[in-house]
Design a protein around this ligand. Structure first.
Ligand code: SAM
Length: 254
């Protein structure tokens, strides 16, 4: 996998998220508490929750030994640690350096992210996941930009699973704002070190698909027991194969 350098500091719009998750990462007793999923979650409850999510990822992505996996917004690496043994290579990336350190302390490969271009070449990963990340992103253009970047680093024939986004109707959360109000809001949240919780309509992914001809999407509801309330869905985006098959793949093998 080819890596490119990324700028060290995230732009202002991302500062709120970075500060919020840095504080949680440093002052929590379990992965679920650090990532904000459950307040005061004991380690056993946290482990059970991540096992359930890993089972969902597996049933949607069908990971295998020829896969190279990237987890965007990997947090403390709890989910990645469960998935890593199934794939050839696993890597996480997160806006929060404290989260990156927590993931590295589990023996995982993890990179810092500045919120702009992902520091990987086009098509570097056969499988990309991004779980519980869209919920806190304070602006629609930032969500779209991140999903676009995730598609860029997904290999031809690969798949991107944007997991656990709140549905605007089913979750009852307000939609991620856009325009100048959203910019002011995200800067204000940044200064306060706070995050919001927003929903994203599944149609948002249609715009991303249009920029990647031949790609397809599949919608699936998340379990009602998912953290931070019900009404979440997964969006699985698949890129068409264009000559570059996955390493070790043979037709009909999966
Ligand atoms: C709610 S936590 C979820 C962490 C992990 N996916 C999990 O399920 O345990 C959200 C994580 O996404 C990170 N994050 C938010 N926006 C991000 C972005 N644009 N790129 C990378 N990480 C991001 C945060 O720093 C935080 O660690």
């Amino acid at each position: 996998m080819e890596r490119t350098e990324s700028r060290a500091r995230p732009s202002l719009e991302w500062l709120g998220l970075r500060r919020f998750f840095a504080r949680r990462a440093l002052a929590s007793r379990s992965d679920a508490e650090a990532t904000g999923h459950i307040d005061s979650a004991a380690a056993a409850a946290s482990d059970a929750m991540y096992r359930e999510i890993a089972a969902d990822v597996d049933s949607l992505l069908r990971l295998g030994p020829s896969d190279s996996l990237l987890d965007i917004g990997c947090g403390t690496g709890a989910l990645l640690a469960l998935l890593a043994p199934q794939v050839a290579q696993a890597r996480g990336i997160d806006l929060s350096p404290a989260m990156v350190e927590a993931a590295r302390s589990k023996g995982l490969a993890a990179d810092r992210y500045d919120g702009g271009r992902l520091p990987y070449a086009d098509g570097s990963f056969t499988a990309v996941i991004m779980f519980f990340v869209t919920i806190n992103i304070p602006r629609r253009d930032l969500v779209v930009g991140l999903v676009d970047e995730a598609m860029r680093v997904t290999a031809p024939g690969g798949r991107l699973l944007v997991g656990a986004s709140p549905h605007p109707v089913a979750s009852g959360l307000r939609r991620t704002p856009s325009g100048s109000t959203a910019l002011v809001r995200s800067l204000a949240l940044g200064m306060l070190g706070r995050v919001g919780a927003y929903s994203i309509e599944p149609e948002l992914f249609g715009g991303v698909l249009a920029r990647h001809p031949g790609s397809e999407s599949r919608f699936a509801w998340a379990r009602e027991t998912y953290p931070a309330g019900p009404g979440k869905y997964h969006m699985l985006l698949s890129k068409p194969t264009s000559g570059r098959a996955r390493a070790g793949d043979k037709a009909g093998e999966r």
